[in-house]
Design a protein around this ligand. Structure first.
Ligand SMILES: Nc1ncnc2c1ncn2[C@@H]1O[C@H](COP(=O)(O)OP(=O)(O)OP(=O)(O)O)[C@@H](O)[C@H]1O
Ligand SMILES: [Mg+2]
Length: 239
């Protein structure tokens, strides 16, 4: 059986993160509407999604959430970051964004950061948590980048170490948001979905065929995931 070919990504050795490095980098990408256009209707859409999640969690228990989509490029990473920013507006919230897209990591790029050691280095023991997790320029939002990309992402993400890392992170953060690859062609999201409290399915309006969204939803649930709802994206529709 042939395995899918990962798109080209930075493969040179990564440095450990400097704890203060990301704190000084302002969020400037226009897609990060909750940071750069906080009064926009689009930012309000992410606050509405945040409010739905908070309503589903009346006891304010720590929650881990996977964001995925049926197809690639539907807006998962942008949605993950905007939701993180919206959650961080809640009093006392501590939010961690984890880049578990080990095929095409892009969380650091959207934040204007260099790729550094991260999730995979933490999992293989080559990096300490305080050199992998970075505080961003927004109070209470931290980021754990993908780190050094392995040849076998699904093995790494399905490992006992990953399960135990998720449990540890939930003791330290009130919300752990996990960005993943598309679920229709890569199994990582459905596997991670079974390890977390809930899944948000990101759907690009008007582009992804309905049957593919339904099929992905059913697959995520049949593999043990709890699909909490959808996040509809389409900049033209929402702005
Ligand atoms: N809310 C938004 N407003 C404007 N542009 C957006 C928005 N969401 C996504 N985009 C654009 O859509 C493209 C894909 O977004 P994003 O990287 O978030 O998708 P993705 O699902 O994470 O992709 P991949 O499957 O490669 O990880 C980018 O060019 C991004 O700028
Ligand atoms: Mg992405």
């Amino acid at each position: 059986m042939s395995s899918s070919t990962a798109k080209s990504v930075e493969t040179k050795p990564l440095l450990p993160a400097e704890p203060e490095e990301a704190r000084k980098v302002p969020m400037q990408r226009e897609e990060l509407v909750v940071a750069v256009a906080p009064r926009s209707g689009h930012a309000e859409q992410f606050r509405a999604l945040r409010n739905s999640l908070v309503a589903l969690n009346p006891e304010s228990a720590p929650r881990s959430i996977v964001l995925t989509s049926a197809a690639a490029g539907e807006g998962k990473t942008v949605a993950t970051l905007n939701l993180a920013l919206a959650l961080a507006e809640m009093p006392g919230a501590r939010v961690l964004v984890v880049d578990a897209n080990l095929h095409q990591p892009s969380v650091e790029s959207y934040l204007g950061l260099q790729r550094r050691q991260g999730l995979c280095d933490l999992l293989d023991g080559s990096c300490a948590p305080d050199r992998a997790i970075r505080q961003t320029s927004v109070d209470n939002v931290s980021v754990l980048g993908a780190g050094s990309l392995p040849n076998n992402p699904s093995v790494v993400l399905g490992s006992d170490r990953m399960k135990s890392l998720l449990a540890t992170l939930k003791r330290q953060y009130s919300w752990v948001l996990i960005d993943t690859p598309e679920a229709s062609s890569i199994s990582d999201a459905s596997m991670l979905g079974a390890l977390v409290d809930g899944i948000i399915l990101v759907v690009r309006l008007g582009e992804t065929p309905r049957h593919l969204v339904e099929q992905t939803h059913n697959t995520l649930e049949s593999l043990g995931g709890n699909v909490l709802g959808t996040c509809l994206t389409n900049a033209r529709e929402l702005d």
